[in-house]
Design a binder for this molecule. Structure first.
Ligand code: V47
Ligand code: SF4
Length: 387
């Protein structure tokens, strides 16, 4: 046990109910939804001690990143999520883009010899891009880079694709898997509480459908991630309910790799009147996620969204993964007012960012297999710096 946790457990000034939660953490016991709600009223240093204790028990000071690229085939979307800076675009087609298959494949060819291990494909839900189009696209991507891991399509895109193609989730996912899709990203989860979902994204797949798609993927041997959109109209009880539904599914399947809390950004969307939460709240959400999600190995901070400084801080509040070296096409975030308008970090910059807060940088692949340990790597060549 760390000295800090020991101090909390023996301090007369720690309230008894918080002490009992700290004791559960020390005993490696699961905390309840009610404990989680209570933690939102705890001080940040208290949460940091608990979350960092768990983080270091699971991963020591290892901090993972990967080398990936994002492809967003389109930002045209049939849905109208209130928080999304894309959603007006169906009505304003001039602001929309639609990459052709050739443009997408050209992008893959551009990275053919680059040391990336993953391509993350996600975008708006275009009424004309269906299951067969995407299955064939993935096959062609794999022909260019057979070794690349294809992490593609949120449950929202998959639900729409399967409904349009009139196939079950199992059939649709099996087709995509046969064509080379390896895993699912975590988007589209937002907040599972039905009353909140009704207000922020009522027309897309339901919470039960989101969970069903991920359960089906896990059954087929396709792992996935899970996200949670926080810092808008939800309350702590909704965040805890969201995490609880994910924790229950993870107990059942074990198929989730990573949990990614996503901070709501208020730029250019229908919820722009809602003020963004503070960095202190961001760190609380990361810490409580780490404490509650005991069956998730990894908690990821998506650095383009929260910025490099908060990403560094998050490493002391439960986070052990800061995503990847991403090129600049993640417009869903830059359009919403993300910290990083050109979200690209070279490997050297990411490694330095991690080392500067005394953590140990490890490049991973999508499934967290170690690609390279950067602890003792000194960058010398300009080649390493360029990507
Ligand atoms: O579901 C949209 C979010 C998500 C806003 O699996 C917003 O590795 C904040 O899922 N403010 C899609 N968030 C992105 C996503 C993702 C990102 C990084 C890594 C992974 C992974 C998955 O983006 C959406 C929604 O929750 N989003 N608009 C906004 N204004
Ligand atoms: Fe479409 Fe996704 Fe934006 Fe919702 S969040 S409007 S589903 S692109």
């Amino acid at each position: 046990m760390t000295n800090y946790l020991f101090t909390i457990l023996n301090s007369k000034s720690t309230p008894e109910d918080l002490k009992s939660i700290a004791q559960k953490v020390a005993n490696n016991e699961r905390i309840t939804i009610e404990d989680g709600v209570r933690l939102f009223d705890a001080d940040l240093p208290f949460l940091g001690v608990l979350a960092n204790y768990i983080r270091e028990s699971k991963h020591q000071d290892f901090t993972y990143f990967n080398r990936n690229i994002h492809i967003e085939p389109t930002n045209i979307c049939v849905f109208d999520c209130k928080f999304c800076s894309y959603s007006k675009l169906l009505k304003h087609k001039t602001e929309g883009w639609e990459l052709s298959e050739d443009e997408i494949l050209d992008k893959m060819r551009e990275y053919k010899d680059q040391p990336i291990t993953e391509v993350h494909i996600v975008g708006g839900v275009h009424p004309k891009m269906g299951l067969n189009y995407f299955a064939s696209l993935i096959k062609k991507i794999k022909e260019i880079r057979p070794d690349i891991h294809v992490k593609a399509f949120t449950a929202v895109e998959l639900d729409y694709m399967c409904r349009k193609a009139k196939v079950s989730y199992e059939e649709g996912l099996s087709i995509l898997k046969e064509h080379g899709q390896d895993s699912l990203p975590g988007g589209g989860a937002e907040i599972f509480d039905e009353a909140i979902r009704e207000q922020i994204c009522k027309d897309k797949c339901t919470s039960d459908q989101w969970l069903d798609i991920h359960e089906t993927a896990h059954k087929l041997g396709m792992p996935s991630n899970a996200t949670m959109l926080y810092g808008h109209i939800e309350e702590p009880k909704h965040l805890m309910d969201h995490m609880n539904r994910l924790r229950n599914l993870q107990d059942k399947t074990g198929g989730f790799n990573t949990f990614i809390p996503l901070k709501f950004r208020n730029g250019e969307n229908q919820m722009s009147h809602i003020a963004e939460v503070s960095v202190i709240y961001d760190l609380k959400v990361y810490a409580i996620s780490r404490i509650f999600m005991d069956n998730f190995s990894h908690i990821k901070a998506y650095w383009p969204m929260i910025g490099r400084n908060t990403a560094q801080l998050s490493l002391s509040y439960g986070v052990n993964d800061i995503d990847g070296t991403i090129d600049d096409t993640t417009k869903i975030y830059s359009m919403a007012g993300a910290e990083e308008q050109t979200p690209t970090l070279s490997t050297q910059q990411l490694v330095d960012l991690i080392k500067n807060v005394k953590r140990h940088p490890i490049e991973r692949d999508t499934l967290y297999k170690v690609v390279k340990d950067y602890k003792d790597v000194e960058f010398k060549s300009s080649e390493e710096k360029s990507y």
